[in-house]
Design a protein around this ligand. Sequence first.
Ligand SMILES: Cc1ncc(COP(=O)(O)O)c(C=O)c1O
Length: 407
Amino acid sequence: MQQEFKIGSFTAKELIEKFGSPLYVYDENTIRTRYRELKESIETIENKKILYACKANSNVEIIKVLKEEGAGMDVVAPGEVYTCLKAGVSNEEILFTGNNMTNEELDYAVKEGVILNIGDLSTLERYGEKYPNTSVCVRINPDVGGGHHHHVITGGVESKFGIYFTDVPEILKISEKYNVIIKGIHQHIGSNILDENTFLSAVDVLLKSAKELPDLDFIDFGGGLGIPYEPGEKRLNLIELNKKVAANFKNFCQEYGKEVEFWIEPGRFLVGESGYLLTTVNTVKSNPSYKYAGTDSGFNHLVRPTMYGSYHEIVNTSNLNGDHEKVTICGNICESGDIFARDRVLPIINEGDILAILNAGAYGYTMASNYNTRPLPAEVLVNGDQVRLIRRRETFEELLRNQIFGS
Ligand SMILES: Cc1ncc(COP(=O)(O)O)c(C=O)c1O
């Protein structure tokens, strides 16, 4: 029987009383533990770098925790470059994997001295014209993809990402034309992948493409490492997976004749399980088919259930061991799709109860919005018996900060 639900030393009630509701809470220990597990799983590889894909959670204080552990950063937009630089990450530790990059974005990346990762031949051409005699990384689409939902599969012909692996000769032509050295090759095939074989197939294709590029300093195998969201879901066996990946990589280096660096760039794996969205139930009601528990949060704060149909475990922290019943947990947004969980079996929920939505550390706050003109929640970081506010709750005034009022 579970006595109390705690994050570090704190109950959900203590956190809500101190910081208000709803509230994002992150457990620093979980983030550090995941980083160390991952590092250990690739310990046999000498030259390696773990980048944190900060699109998963770009709070500066989270970035700082991972930087402290030794991570570089994978970023996908200029705002993420800016955020990482503000967090004190050195420009040489930032890989900017752009998307439909504008010239201004290319200029910004070059000005800040971050490593550019280019995923289209036309952008590579445009980059070469502007910045000849430099070096970049290229993103390959290895024709292998995976992930928890088709929106997040980023390999294969259905995906907009990367330069198709069959186009490596075209990369070489542009590289020669402008003397742009291809110093890195990259792939990222999707998100929340729990199938080892999907990773291994993509690794094979990337390594074949890498053999065709003569000047590589590093190979980035991307992110996508899955985490278990549903009870009983199997964890990825990182040690086994990375044993195989490392063996392939070492063979490659031998044949290539150079010890290139091994890079990976997970996001979700490092932060997903560290996060909780605490939300208070303020309305309980029933109709002939369902009992609803209405909360003070919604898909404006955690969109994954609505957008992807994702499962998040939910704990009624105010009633851990009572009788169970089926309940549909919904948000306060004016849309019927604003459901965190449909017909979930949980200990009876009463108004005033605090629910913890688990595994909300990745793609939670970073995908949140002001829909319904509701402010974003606060974020706090727990470290054992210490807790600190790492982002204030948004105010009504801040909701209108860019508004230009007419006369
Ligand atoms: C380029 C790139 N790298 C890494 C990641 C991180 O993915 P994940 O959080 O699944 O590890 C993403 C996310 O989709 C991405 O777009």
